[in-house]
Design a protein around this ligand. Structure first.
Ligand code: COA
Length: 146
């Protein structure tokens, strides 16, 4: 059984190792300044939103972050799911699916018309889950780093 709640200031110490695990998964790192800033914005929940999954014993086992943006093809906003991470020792137990379902429910409540996200083509573990709960858009992702 997993419990998912919105991130609060009190969750910071539980969130940090999951955030670091996520960055390590992507062989990335950000400065403490960025980590502090993103956590403040997640707790403020003005633009960024975040939730934490806890197991039966209250242990933090997963995080998800998302945001809304206006869209030109609909009156309601679109929901972009930016970060998703589950502790390696509980993967395959439904936590990732539950975190996506949490965002979906929040997005419905917010009047959004879709939830979407990106993943690496070869992230077969994540895609096994995504193929079950969503539809691959067929779009190709481009970017200009600034
Ligand atoms: C992607 C990720 C969030 C999924 O979390 P999860 O808690 O394992 O997700 P679920 O248990 O809900 O679904 C995992 C699917 O993987 C499969 N699976 C089964 N056993 C598994 C295991 N031991 N480990 C991983 N996946 C397993 C199943 O197909 C399952 O689908 P099902 O619900 O049809 O059974 C997690 O693997 C993760 O954090 N990966 C590293 C970071 C990452 O890739 N993030 C996403 C970036 S876009």
């Amino acid at each position: 059984m997993v419990t998912i709640t919105a991130l609060t200031a009190a969750d910071r110490d539980d969130w940090t190792p999951l955030w670091q695990g996520y960055l390590t998964f992507y062989e990335s790192a950000v400065s403490d300044e960025v980590t502090d800033d993103v956590y403040r914005r997640l707790v403020d929940a003005d633009v960024l939103h975040g939730a934490l999954a806890r197991d039966d014993e209250g242990r933090a086992v997963g995080i998800v972050h998302w945001l809304y943006h206006p869209a030109t093809w609909a009156i309601g906003p679109s929901c972009y799911l930016e970060d998703l991470f589950v502790s390696p020792d509980v993967r395959g137990g439904g936590v990732g699916g539950a975190l996506i379902a949490h965002v979906r429910a929040h997005a419905v409540e917010a009047g959004a018309t879709k939830v979407y996200w990106l993943t690496q083509r070869d992230n077969t573990t994540a895609r096994a889950l995504y193929d079950r709960v969503a539809t691959e858009s067929g779009f190709v992702h481009y970017q200009i780093g600034l």
